[in-house]
Ligand binder design. Structure first.
Ligand code: PLP
Length: 388
């Protein structure tokens, strides 16, 4: 069906999108799709947002790349915005989520190394999590399916069930450096953590002198209705990875950390050739201008509540199609009764893009700029698929 010149690691749908506008995509055959996948929770401001286009175009004519051997004012500005709005004192820019999480892991190990506790190099992580596709981030998540054939598995990770505070406590030993968690598991099936669980992890980290690491690659930048999902629990991590929504579709990742956690990351201990280049920073700054504008996150919360209410209603009316609705903000999952990929294929055929996730879930992660009309249209399509 397709040319076979690409490494066949993706199970691609046979469609070519040529143009996007807001939450809508137009395919090469003229079909229009309502995009509730947003490039897997990436296009936070939808497609072709005028402010992002203008920011990219303005920077494109000036300077694309100069390396991190020199100052990049865009990095300093984006860092300032992120730090002011968070627990963090320092920021690092990279290109992807996995890269961000690699640095999160490195900071945790280095912190104890410099404190004279090099034996504290193990991280307690959760089953069902996802942190990326590099050798270390695969090991961090520990998902057997993704690790198969790629051994030897990187050392230094102990896994406990997500949401089980007692198991986390039980896994902490004299070699433990940090606890790692997603505030809402995304790939794992849109599973939100109980705020009490996150508060409990914070307390354990403090009690045992560990760092609390959060993967907000998917949940960050307004996805759950707060700038960062951990804000819902009232606690903060020591180190956090960001990516997906931060560039609104331009590849950019970031790590935020407290001064204490990052105190040992001195010149030469890390780096990234492309990270935080002027193009990426111009777009990220524009994304933050929008997402941090007064009222933006309140609107996300309101439209998310509307969508959630409609989906809960569908689940009540079609128990044979939707077993459960879960998630937070505009990061919602339908645990479907039919196989999720089949349900998702029917949504696609009816003009709605969604994304599969673990635990037989169909993920709805629309652009944060959707309005009532897009919610009603999406619900109409899902209703039609549930009716069969
Ligand atoms: C997508 C994702 C990653 C990996 O991001 P890449 O940009 O694909 O490397 C890591 N953690 C979480 C929670 C993600 O959703």
């Amino acid at each position: 069906m397709f040319p076979d010149n690409l490494l066949p690691v993706f199970d691609r749908t046979d469609v070519i999108f040529e143009q996007g506008e807001g939450a809508w995509l137009t395919a090469s055959d003229g079909r229009r799709f309502l995009d509730f996948g947003a490039g897997v929770a990436v296009n936070a401001l939808g497609h072709a947002h005028p402010r992002l286009v203008a920011a990219l175009e303005a920077q494109a004519g000036k300077l694309w790349h100069c390396s991190n051997l020199y100052r990049v004012p865009g990095q300093e500005r984006v860092a300032e915005r992120l730090i002011k709005a968070s627990f963090a004192d320092t920021a690092f820019f990279c290109n992807t989520g996995a890269e961000a999480m690699e640095l999160v892991i490195k900071i945790a190990r280095r912190y104890h190394h410099c404190a004279g506790r090099p034996e504290r190099n193990r991280i307690v992580a959760c089953t069902g999590s996802f942190h990326g596709r590099t050798i270390a981030t695969l090991a961090a998540a520990g998902t057997p399916k993704y690790l198969e054939g790629f051994g030897p598995v990187a050392q230094g990770f102990d896994h406990v069930p997500y949401g089980d505070l007692e198991a986390a406590r039980g896994a902490i030993g004299s070699n433990t450096a940090a606890l790692l968690v997603e505030p809402v598991q995304g790939e794992g099936g849109i599973r939100p953590a109980d705020p009490a669980y996150l508060r409990g992890l914070r307390a354990l980290a403090d009690q045992f002198g560990l760092l609390l690491l959060m993967d907000e690659v998917q949940t960050g930048i307004g996805r759950t209705g707060k700038l960062f999902a951990h804000e819902w629990s009232g606690i903060a991590p020591d180190v956090m990875g960001l990516a997906k929504g931060l560039g609104g579709g331009f590849p950019v990742g970031a790590v935020l950390a407290t001064e204490k956690a990052a105190s040992c990351m001195t010149p030469g201990t890390h780096g990234c050739t492309f990270g935080g280049n002027p193009l990426a920073m111009a777009v990220a700054e524009a994304v933050l201008d929008e997402v941090m504008a007064p009222g933006f996150l309140e609107r996300v919360q309101a439209v998310a509540a509307l969508l959630r209410g409609r989906l809960d209603d569908l689940a009540r009316r079609y128990p044979g199609a939707i077993a459960q609705v879960r998630g937070q903000g505009l990061m919602l999952g339908l645990k479907t009764v039919p196989v999720n990929t089949e349900f998702n294929a029917k949504l696609f055929a009816a003009g709605l893009l969604a994304v599969g996730a673990g635990d037989n879930v169909v993920r709805l992660v629309p652009p944060l700029i959707i309005g009532e009309a897009e919610v009603e249209r999406a619900v109409e399509i899902i209703d039609g698929v549930c009716r069969g």
